[in-house]
Design a protein around this ligand. Structure first.
Ligand code: MRU
Length: 353
């Protein structure tokens, strides 16, 4: 574990996750021991953020095998299949979920003839590896990303691509952490990120925990600050990058990228290779989750919109590759030239395990 936040932790029997709905007011872990439980945690956003969702899903599969060990071969196979289904339909946009499930499925297919207890142990070991690899990837990404930042830079981020959105260190916030570790003084602007407020509640909390200077703004303020020369760079995370380099991320990211272009401010996307979906040609094919209307009507119990108003709540948007200055990955920086010349596939295939 790196940094001060342990988003997911294994207690020897089950997986514990910080209930991110309660932050920043309460730091409380919930414990899960089945695929259904983990799927509910993902759907209701106890856990969120693309890499964290992937790690959680891997544990969901492993815990399902542990729960079922000792049942008849038929029941085991049938129930494991429904475990994959329930996890695979928990949230649609972050490709890390499907990446992790595919990885678990491949292992399971290879060891299906072994005793169920052994299968469970091997799947748990695989989930531990996915968690560990995620932290390592974030650390490497952090070092590459930090090389793009100069001392004194003021950097805007949108949503939360922090330790809370990963197994640790974070992607965009991992770059900030690595920059600070290398002795650079940087300061962060956090967009509030309506409707679920991941910026105000989670990014601001993570930065305050580690005394990294952070200033909170509402989502409609970043254009003004850019026009005033108060923002030097933007770094965001992503939920899925298509083969042509189009980037899906939290709703509002596209607006920020357009403004960045208008003001010639670099717009970087921190992106582990597990978030690149080579099966999807471009951003139009990325499924965009629509979330409940209540999130837009107000926040929590407090509703400020009138009853009867119609509501849209797309949770993500797509930023075209042409607006992305570079992707920061654990294997290096992919600049815009590579991205728009269609060489992303080549890069990913070279490094992906
Ligand atoms: O709806 P969320 O909170 O799961 O959305 C999270 C984001 O959009 C993050 O920016 C993205 O998953 C990258 S996290 C490293």
């Amino acid at each position: 574990m790196t940094g001060s936040v342990e988003t997911l932790r294994w207690n020897g029997q089950s997986i514990e996750m910080i209930d991110q709905r309660l932050l920043p007011h309460q730091l409380q872990y919930r414990s899960y021991n089945s695929a259904q439980g983990v799927a509910d945690a993902i759907r209701t956003m106890v856990i969120r953020g693309a890499p964290a969702i992937g790690v959680a899903a891997a544990y969901g599969i492993a815990l399902e095998a542990k729960r079922l060990a000792g049942s008849s071969p038929d029941t085991f196979i049938k129930q494991m299949e429904s475990g994959f289904n329930v996890l695979g339909t928990s949230r649609p946009t972050a490709v890390n979920l499907f990446w992790a499930l595919n990885r678990m499925r491949k292992i399971l297919d290879n060891i299906i003839q072994l005793p169920q207890e052994t299968i469970a142990e091997m799947l748990i070991a695989q989930a531990h590896s996915i968690l560990k690899e995620d932290i390592e990837a974030n650390r490497r990404m952090g070092i590459f990303g930090a090389s793009l930042l100069r001392d004194g830079m003021r950097v805007l981020t949108h949503c939360n691509a922090g330790a809370l959105a990963t197994a640790g260190h974070g992607t965009a916030l991992g770059v900030f952490r690595s920059a600070v570790e290398s002795g650079k003084r940087i300061s962060v602007f956090a967009d509030e990120t309506r409707p679920v407020l991941q910026g105000a509640r989670l990014t601001a909390w993570e930065m305050v925990q580690e005394s990294i200077p952070v200033t909170l703004i509402t989502d409609n303020m970043s254009g003004h600050l850019m026009s005033q020369g108060e923002i030097d760079a933007i770094i965001v995370g992503t939920d899925r990058v298509a083969a042509n380099g189009d980037v899906a991320n939290k709703i509002g990211t596209y607006m920020v990228a357009v403004l960045a272009k208008r003001h010639s401010i670099p717009f970087y996307v921190a992106c582990p290779l597990s978030t690149i979906d080579l099966n999807i040609p471009d951003g139009k094919a990325i499924p965009i989750e629509e979330r409940p209307a209540n999130e837009v009507k107000g926040f929590g119990e407090l509703h400020w919109a009138p009853e009867g108003v119609s509501i849209r709540n797309p949770a993500f948007d797509v930023t075209p590759a042409e607006l992305v200055t570079a992707l920061i990955t654990e294997e290096g920086i992919i600049d815009n030239k590579i991205l728009i010349s269609g060489k992303l596939t080549e890069f990913v295939e070279k490094y992906r395990k």
